[in-house]
Ligand binder design. Structure first.
Ligand code: GRF
Length: 199
C-alpha cells in the first residue's frame, strides 16, 4: 500500500512555542500524517523560533510591526509565505494576533487553534485566572477550527483538567498545558487524516 502523502503544516507562534514543540515531536513519527514544514512567528524574538531552528525546521518571521495598523497587509504577507511553502494546514499555537475574516475564510477547515479552557467557557485571555475566580471544579483545553469569530469554531478535541484546592493561575496553567501538549498532536492527526482521505 502506498503511504498517504503527509499534510504540510505551518505552525504560527508569537512566543514560547511549547505547543509548537509538541507538534514537532509528534510529527517525527514516520506514521504521523503531517509534517511540520514551517514555523512562522509574528515576533522576531519569539523563543519558539530557536527551538524550531534547533529541530531543523524552516522558520519565517512576518513582523506585524512593519505593517502598522494595516492588518490585511500583514495577512497578505503571511499568506504569501504560506503559499510559498505549499502549506495545507495552519496550526495556531500561542499566536497572539486576531485574524480578519479575509484570512480565516481562506483556511476554512484547515486552520486549528488551541485554547486553554473548555470552550465555550472562558473565551479570550486570562482563562486560568477567570476559571479560578469563577470557582469551577473542572477546567481544561480545547482544539478547534478557527472561524471568523474568536474562539468559536467547531471543536475538534477537548481535555478536562481538575482544579485543585490551593491552585494558583500558574499551577493550573501548568496542568492545563500538559493536556494541551497531549491533545494538539491528536487533533492535528485526526484533521490531517480526514483531509488526506478527501484529496
Ligand atoms: C497556550 O496556553 C495556548 O493554549 C494559548 O497560549 C499558550 C501558548 O503557549 N493559546 P506556547 O507558546 O504554546 O508554549
Amino acid at each position: 500500500m502506498t503511504a498517504m502523502p503527509k499534510q504540510r503544516v505551518a505552525v504560527l507562534i508569537s512566543g514560547r512555542g511549547s505547543n509548537m514543540a509538541s507538534l514537532i515531536a509528534a510529527a517525527k513519527d514516520d506514521q504521523y500524517p503531517a509534517e511540520i514544514a514551517l514555523v512562522v512567528s509574528n515576533r522576531p524574538d519569539a523563543a519558539g523560533l530557536d527551538h524550531a531552528r534547533g529541530q531543523l525546521i524552516t522558520t519565517a518571521v512576518v513582523d506585524h510591526m512593519r505593517y502598522g495598523k494595516d492588518r490585511e497587509a500583514f495577512e497578505r504577507a503571511l499568506q504569501d509565505v504560506l503559499a510559498g511553502h505549499r502549506i495545507d494546514i495552519v496550526c495556531l499555537a500561542g499566536f497572539m494576533r486576531l485574524l480578519t475574516p479575509w484570512f480565516v475564510n481562506q483556511w476554512q477547515g484547515r486552520m486549528l487553534n488551541i485554547h486553554p479552557a473548555l470552550l465555550p467557557a472562558f473565551k479570550g485571555l486570562h482563562t486560568h485566572e477567570r476559571a479560578l475566580a469563577a470557582g469551577v471544579k473542572t477546567h481544561g483545553a480545547t482544539v478547534h477550527f478557527v472561524s471568523p469569530e474568536m474562539d468559536s469554531g467547531p471543536i475538534i478535541a477537548q481535555a478536562e483538567v481538575p482544579v485543585l484546592a490551593g491552585d494558583t493561575p500558574e499551577t493550573l496553567a501548568a496542568r492545563v498545558l500538559e493536556a494541551e501538549h497531549r491533545i494538539y498532536p491528536q487533533a492535528l492527526r485526526q484533521v490531517s487524516e480526514r483531509i488526506a482521505k478527501r484529496a
